[in-house]
Design a binder for this molecule. Sequence first.
Ligand code: URA
Length: 251
Amino acid sequence: MNLRLDKYLADFTELTRSQAKKEIREGRVQVNGEPAKTGNDKVAFSDSILWDGREIRGQQYQYIMLNKPAGIISSTADDRDETVVEYIKKHSPVGMDSVPEHDRKSVFLAKDLFPVGRLDKDTEGLLILTNDGELAHRLLSPRHHVAKKYFVRLDKDLNTTDVDKMREGLDIGEKRLTSPAALEILAPREALLTITEGKFHQVKRMFAKLGKNVIYLKRTEMGTLTLDESLAVGEWRVLTEEEIQNLINIM
Ligand code: URA
């Protein structure tokens, strides 16, 4: 795929399109070792592009794993609350703080990143951010039944009847009962719940139906992707090639 050089720079650096054009005109941008002439030049992701001697590595698609902290919301823009997209733009990926800026591979985040699905403001854990609309669509489409696993802490004790009810399906006010969900009790008030749907507040509504309130919720898995345990709450990193391929291969 070929992109205009000014767009490439605007997408993968902090430059605006007009600033990028100016940088190009002033000879500060090189493509494959040659000074670029105009922003109209077409470049490919395989080209070597230097801006002021710094390599600008554009990727068509970016994939990020965030261990979402409570208090931020899963959208791209909001008038009141900080969004996950604003959050990752403010915080360097884990392990990068000690790396000199010009050596960081993923400092420039794509401008069109969005979260794949939603976690509530008070929910923590695994959230994927990407600009790959097709992958997001496939992961979220109800037809694909992608499994999502949550760690839950409750205000009341669980029992084995709860396991049966989760498996059989619950009436949470939707057209149909919830699809079979796997409840694994870890402690009297702690469990893992795996669901294959993504209705609004689904986990909280399912437990409410069993007469319990969720007091802490954290997503630990989505499809083939497991939350990296070395990521503290609030930390993020880019997905590995293997993680990306596994997600792409789900369907
Ligand atoms: N279910 C919920 O109730 N909340 C979430 O954030 C995710 C799933």
